[in-house]
Design a protein around this ligand. Structure first.
Ligand SMILES: Cc1ncc(C[n+]2csc(CCOP(=O)(O)OP(=O)(O)O)c2C)c(N)n1
Length: 493
């Protein structure tokens, strides 16, 4: 939360309602990203408390990411007192208009007596399925007026299995003799769905792909590996080139992040047909299990990807860093991944790591990784959280470090310090925008001055070290995995 005058009753109530844990963030984009991270790991919503239109506006970017993640998130946004709105006071804004594009549900409470029912309705809207961003706008005077009864407790609805027509359609796709791929997204990318998909792969030869921007993927030892759709469309189209039929499991037909001159947006071959096994509100894992049983696919032994070798004596690159993280990550870790241009070099090495959950940026809006790490650590206090953070992206919401220190969260932040918006070098070439002259270079370069991550981190109360070789990184990251509490490791790439 990041409260203001119109939310004072709410803040005061924290001392009378011990069931509600208030966590202060120093920027609203941290609140919204943390609520997303919490939802991805806990499977139930956290709430943000935001101050009027401007507070909500600061939270929008990570609410956009939360919407793409299908995370259940509740925003409680204070509004001026009803009698004050007519005066267009400084903080007056059209809060509903700010909320609508990122919210699946918006409501301004109509009266003090409606507060309880409105709160319950907000929780129900957020839960879905699929999860939604649900925004409740609360005029200040309703918080100081006599209210009605508290709302009812809202049950978490179970996802239902798809209709039998959908299930049978997918079964006939897998029996068709065509080259079939399964594209998994949403909740299907956790252990149950992945094991069922592996049975289908082993029994039918179908390939198993992971939607790139799904909220949470379980990976590592004991979890069947899947092929993740690559970032660049040429690579993605090459991976999918042989697929004749794609069975969608809580996923949509895949598209590239951007369109480039001379390339198409869609990633599956143009003549590929699609079968929807489960929509994003249905039980994809249950549907995969049904399908595996229907096709008589026996249980499989999971072929383990070997743990990567420690890159001793090597230089520090995204690849060697990925190997070190893959080798040293403890079982049950949570990886918040905002590694941007380093992602492709790191990703394969984490397949051989101990079992962990991987949380990517879901909506392309950078500044998400540190807040998501905060939320994941709040949801899972006994699991190690590692944030792999490109240095440019980390700057957007670095106030998250202060919340990590304040709440003593068990988060290790790894700053991938290439001191550049490196992906933009690549995109400049790919879009055919032209060469990078000295003025353009200034829009991509982060060396003049280079942000001092050690001082920034220490300034927020998080211990920090700089590492410039693979050996130094192995030492510091290894130590961080054995101790609890927040710390930051700058990896100079
Ligand atoms: C909110 C937002 N602003 C701007 C961008 C455009 N953008 C994409 S990546 C990037 C910089 C990436 O730099 P960094 O995080 O250091 O990663 P690197 O490319 O160096 O790996 C920018 C500015 C974006 N995606 N989202």
């Amino acid at each position: 939360m990041n409260p203001g005058t119109s939310e004072m009753q709410f803040v005061s109530a924290l001392d009378r309602v011990p069931e509600m844990r208030g966590v202060l963030s120093l920027f609203e984009g941290v609140c919204s990203g943390a609520a997303d991270g919490y939802a991805r790991m806990a499977g139930k919503p956290a709430a943000t408390l935001l101050h009027l239109g401007p507070g909500l506006a600061n939270a929008l970017s990570n609410l956009h990411n939360a919407r793409k993640a299908l995370s259940p998130v509740i925003n409680i946004v204070g509004e001026h007192s009803t009698a004050h709105l007519q005066h267009d006071a400084p903080l007056t804004a059209d809060i509903e208009a700010f909320a609508r594009p990122v919210s699946g549900w918006v409501r301004t409470v109509e009266s003090a007596s409606a507060m309880g029912e409105a709160a319950s309705a907000t929780v129900a809207a957020a839960l879905g399925p699929p999860g939604k961003v649900a925004t409740l706008i609360v005029p200040a005077d309703f918080s100081w007026s006599e209210a009605g009864e508290p709302g009812c407790r809202m049950p978490r609805p179970a996802r239902s299995l798809p209709e039998s027509e959908q299930l049978r359609g997918a079964a006939s796709a897998l029996r068709s003799g065509q080259k079939v791929g399964l594209l998994l997204g949403g909740t299907a990318l956790q252990a149950r769905g992945l094991h069922a998909a592996e049975r289908l792969r082993a029994a039918t030869g179908a390939r198993v792909f992971a939607h790139r921007y799904a909220a949470r993927t379980t990976r590592g030892a004991g979890i069947p590996a899947v092929e993740r759709i690559p970032y660049f469309p040429e690579n993605a189209q090459a991976l999918l080139a042989d697929v004749e039929r794609l069975v969608l499991v809580e996923a949509r037909p895949p598209v590239s992040f951007f369109r480039y001159p001379g390339l198409r947006s869609t990633l599956a071959p143009e003549n590929c047909s699609f079968d929807v096994l489960a929509s994003d509100s249905q039980d994809g894992a249950g549907a995969l299990e049904w399908l595996a049983d229907e096709l008589g696919a026996p249980p499989t032994d999971c072929v383990a990807t070997p743990r990567p070798e420690l890159p001793r004596g090597e230089s520090l690159t995204a690849g060697t860093l990925g190997r070190a993280v893959g080798a040293l990550l403890p079982s049950g870790a949570i990886v918040s991944d905002e590694s941007v241009s380093s992602a492709e070099a790191i990703w394969p090495h984490l397949a051989g790591a101990a079992m962990h959950d991987h949380l990517p940026v879901t909506g392309g809006s950078i500044g998400q990784g540190l807040p998501v790490a905060v939320g994941a650590a709040l949801a899972c206090p006994f699991r190690k959280v590692v944030a792999l953070e490109a240095d440019g992206s980390a700057m957007y919401t670095l106030q998250a470090l202060w919340t990590m220190a304040r709440e003593r969260l068990d988060v290790t932040v790894v700053i991938l310090a290439n001191r550049r918006y490196r992906i933009l070098d690549i995109e400049m070439r790919r879009t055919g925008a032209g060469s990078v002259g000295p003025r353009a270079e200034e829009m991509i370069d982060l060396t003049d001055p280079a942000p001092n991550w050690i001082k920034l981190s220490q300034g927020f109360g998080v211990n920090a070290v700089r590492t410039a070789t693979a050996d130094e990184f192995i030492r510091e990251f290894g130590a961080a995995m054995l101790e609890r509490g927040p710390r930051l490791i700058e990896a100079v790439l």
